[in-house]
Design a protein around this ligand. Structure first.
Ligand code: G4P
Length: 567
């Protein structure tokens, strides 16, 4: 009996734990986690596919062209994405290559979905900025670059579409330097562009890679490697005197003028390794992949806010390293009906430290201390395909069933000390509409669908003041397309029609001064032409028709403390 009691005590003391939660260092070291940012049409889908192709995760790249024929690529799985040929939701793809485990966080390129992109960047450790070499920096690249900088992500730059007439590589370097104060270190340097694009110089190996144009778009390219000092052979194979001379001249200029590669500066976001190539014709993709694996950073430590932010104790901040002996992770995206056949809800969790094991119990940053959730089954995601995951390590992303308790920004953890990572802020909405179900018998399904889409953070909901849910429902989003997605998903996934009535407001501001401040402004007659509503947490939100109106109110009524999003 005594032995039994002792055994029982041991089990209780170890929190029913049978496993080790510290991640093995070789699993951390081999992980590379990246997000690709770009302006629409720069070739992100093509590039993602080619990385998968070279990584061995795809046998044949389903060329982007097929999207037009309604055949989806692995990363564009939702019906609307297929119809329109755009990426709407961020998905995650992982594969093993040369001993590494790569996790690619796909981010939607369309500007209306920048909010989702922003969230995917919160889960990434490295970012790749993909540029169209003919266009250089574009509006969406600029916006996303700012997010990467804010997050301190190391940035790799790939200038794509070199098989088309392109800007001079020096011009591209200047743009990056002038606009982003970011120094480039060309790792690859192009030889010609457009029809005369012959290949690239690998400046780290002093080797020239000359490509044979691949005949099929989906296949891998044939490459001939020539050492830079084998000038005779180079001259013969480049077969263009002018390009050969230029290559030799560029090499000298770069060696003289460009500062050496400094990985510390790269990791600090001060220098960007620069690559040139053509994703569509496979020029430079494999080289990029190989270099990225050695240069990119492994899963990094994350700053955590203390439980003080949840109103229950310690002050101060702490850093959670991947080697920390407990499991921690945070939700950066939630999604309903990934597979309409299953009608389930998933929360995407980025593992920050420790080991995820099937069936483990975790605490939750927003729940009471002591409350545990059983992570019975996690899934690895690959576009619309999923497979069950037994273990996951720092840097990995797992999809866990979401009974409705997990929201974007939430932290999950094992062990007795509560951990919470900082939340992921939302972008300020710029589009507003009323939405309703025209058919009263659909009301229940309509509410269910809307509630789930709101939980996902697909759009935000606003209501009239003091409305507990019976009044008209207003949706707020960053872009019009988000509304269309809501409408399409209500139809496809919940089988309900909906009617939307657009509103002509274009700016939302949260009144941090609270309802008293709003009432004071109203009494003073300052809210003419401004719509006052409440958010999900019944906090006051003011909607304006233009920036000017908001600026003048802020100027006059400082006590309102208008903020672009809820704090
Ligand atoms: P995105 O996800 O960033 O929006 O870009 P996506 O990969 O969909 O590519 C946008 C267009 O650019 C596609 O052409 C694609 O074929 C083309 N593209 C991508 N990479 C390269 C490249 O390296 N060189 C050249 N020349 N083109 C490239 P499209 O005409 O819109 O579609 P499709 O008819 O080719 O499918």
């Amino acid at each position: 009996v005594a032995t039994r009691i002792r055994l029982f005590e041991t089990v209780v003391k170890t929190d029913s734990r049978t496993t080790q939660f510290k991640a093995p260092s070789h699993e951390i070291d081999r992980r590379r986690n990246l997000a690709i940012i770009s302006h629409p049409d720069s070739g992100k889908t093509t590039m993602t596919e080619k990385l998968l192709l070279y990584g061995g995760a795809l046998q044949q790249a389903g060329a982007v062209r097929q999207k037009a024929e309604q055949r989806a690529t692995q990363s564009d799985f939702m019906a609307m994405e297929q119809e329109r040929g755009i990426s709407i939701s961020s998905t995650v793809m992982n594969f093993d290559y040369e001993g590494y485990r790569l996790n690619i966080l796909d981010t939607p390129g369309h500007q209306d979905f920048s909010e989702d992109t922003y969230r995917a960047l919160a889960a990434a450790d490295n970012a790749i900025m993909l540029l169209d070499a003919a266009k250089g920096l574009e509006p969406q690249t600029r916006k996303l670059f700012e997010v990467c900088r804010m997050r301190g992500l190391p940035l790799f730059t790939f200038c794509n579409k070199m098989d088309r007439p392109a800007l001079s590589p020096y011009e591209l370097m200047d743009q990056i330097q002038d606009e982003f104060q970011l120094e480039s270190f060309p790792v690859l340097w192009p030889i010609g562009d457009g029809e005369r694009f012959k290949g690239v110089l690998d400046r780290m190996e002093n080797t020239v890679h000359l490509y044979q144009k691949s005949t099929t778009r989906g296949g891998k390219a044939d490459v001939v490697k020539v050492p830079l000092d084998d000038t005779e052979k180079l001259q013969e194979l480049i077969n263009d005197e002018e390009l050969f001379e230029k290559l030799m001249e560029d090499k000298e200029i770069l060696d003289e003028l460009v500062s050496p590669l400094d990985m510390e500066r790269v990791l600090a976001g001060e220098q960007t390794p620069l690559f040139f190539g053509s994703a569509m014709t496979n020029f430079g993709v494999q080289l990029f992949l190989d270099k990225f694996l050695t240069m990119g950073t492994k899963p990094s430590s994350r700053l955590a806010v203390s439980k003080a932010d949840f109103g229950s104790g310690d002050d101060g901040r702490e850093v959670v390293a991947p080697e920390h002996e407990e499991f921690t992770g945070f939700v950066f995206k939630t999604q309903a009906n990934l597979d309409p056949k299953h009608r389930d809800r998933l929360a995407y969790v980025r593992v920050v430290s420790g080991v995820y094991e099937k069936g483990m119990k975790v605490g939750h940053s927003r729940s009471k201390a002591g409350k545990k959730y059983n992570l019975a089954q996690a899934q690895a995601l690959f576009g619309s395909d999923r497979s069950s995951v037994e273990v996951a390590y720092p840097g990995d992303v797992i999809g866990i069933n979401n009974p409705g308790s997990f929201a974007i920004g939430d932290t999950l953890f094992t062990g007795n000390s509560r951990v919470a990572f900082p939340g992921i802020p939302s972008f300020s909405p710029e589009k507003f509409c009323y939405i309703r179900a025209p058919n009263p018998s659909d009301y229940k399904s309509f509410r269910k669908g809307i509630d789930q889409l709101l939980d996902e953070g697909a759009v935000q909901a606003l209501r009239q003041r003091n409305d507990d849910g019976g009044g008209p429902l207003m949706l707020a989003a960053v872009g019009q397309l988000q509304f269309e997605v809501v409408q399409a998903r209500l139809k496809n996934e919940y089988n309900v029609d909906s009617i939307m009535e657009p509103l002509s407001y274009s700016l939302a501001r949260w009144a941090d001064g609270g309802w008293d401040a709003v009432d004071k402004a109203d009494k003073d007659g300052k809210l003419f032409g401004i719509l006052v509503v409440q958010d999900r947490w019944k906090r006051p939100v003011l909607l304006f028709r233009n920036d000017w109106k908001a600026a003048s109110l802020t100027e006059e009524e400082k006590y309102l403390e208008l903020k672009p999003w809820s704090s």
